[in-house]
Design a protein around this ligand. Structure first.
Ligand code: FE2
Ligand code: FE2
Ligand code: FE2
Ligand code: FE2
Length: 289
């Protein structure tokens, strides 16, 4: 299964959750058709249907936001426009076989990760409104406060980092609320998935732009992932008190340290290449291991 409906975050609105699940089922259908060797026009048709359904879904979220008097309705609509355009552009690049077009596997990963990113980055404010409505539950302080000192200067990378920060903050709130360990394991699995995608994205950019520190940076990613795997394996054995410490001392430090010391240097190198007018070389496929 490509998208496990179990790992789709709950929004606090049953109709929106049901729509998310339907969208995941359609995406899974397209993915299975591709994996079974079906002609690409068939699964591309399913992806087009997915995009049409997504348009309807975005519209429903926007209508709901307006009805609830959500203060950031305009930002929500703008974000939907951004993702709508981005996803259609990726599919068009693929269909037209343009230079640098994603492979089918990259295409599915982009769809999955970009939508997840959007849910956390843009829709979560609306979920907070749903949740306050139903449970009057306001989360405590975040584990990590996102701020400009964490920006590396590349729009996609910054958005991916902010998504990771939100995922760690969600994990922190789940631990605070004493959620079941198996729910925490599901979220940790998704954090791992997002990190793999993000590392693959950075690796690809560094290859494309011939960034000198690419090999050492990629080796650090590799070690971080190995460490994370150790954490995920250990988690089921831990008590809550230990989980808090693990988050505070390990995952938080790990992410911030890497962004501030390693990604920041990459951001500067990339900016230099871009300002010198360097063109990216042809895309290698993204790793999804
Ligand atoms: Fe949504
Ligand atoms: Fe949305
Ligand atoms: Fe990195
Ligand atoms: Fe990064």
């Amino acid at each position: 299964m490509f998208i496990d409906p179990k790992r789709i975050p709950h929004t606090g609105s049953p109709p929106i959750d049901a729509e998310h699940e339907r969208l995941a089922l359609v995406m899974n259908e397209a993915y299975e058709l591709w994996r079974s060797g079906e002609d690409s026009s068939v699964w591309q048709g399913v992806l087009l249907t997915f995009l049409d359904m997504l348009d309807v879904h975005f519209k429903e979220e926007e209508d709901l936001a307006a009805r609830l008097g959500y203060v950031r309705s305009d930002e929500l609509a703008a974000a939907h426009g951004h993702y709508r355009e981005r996803l259609r552009q990726l599919l068009d690049q693929f269909r037209l076989g343009q230079a640098g077009a994603p492979t089918p596997s990259d295409l599915f990963n982009y769809f999955d990760r970009l939508i997840y990113e959007h849910e956390l980055m843009d829709d979560q404010g609306l979920w907070d409104v749903f949740k306050q409505d139903h449970h009057a539950q306001v989360p405590g302080d975040p584990l990590i406060v996102w701020n400009d000192s964490l920006l590396v200067g590349h729009e996609d990378i910054d958005r991916q980092h902010e998504t990771l920060v939100r995922m760690l903050n969600n994990l922190h709130h789940m631990i605070e609320k004493r959620c079941a360990l198996d729910e925490i394991v599901v979220l940790l699995g998704d954090i791992r998935r997002h990190i793999v995608w993000h590392f693959g994205f950075e690796d690809k950019l560094m290859v494309q732009y011939h960034i000198k520190s690419h090999a050492s940076h990629a080796a650090l990613h590799h070690h971080l992932l190995e460490d994370l795997d150790g954490v995920v394996q250990d988690v089921a054995l831990r008590r809550y008190e230990e989980l808090e410490g693990l988050l505070e001392n390990y995952l938080k430090f790990w992410l911030l340290d890497h962004i501030l010391h390693v990604d920041m240097a990459m951001g500067r190198d990339l900016a230099l290449k871009l300002s010198a007018g360097v063109k990216p070389s042809v895309l290698p496929p993204l790793s999804t291991a």
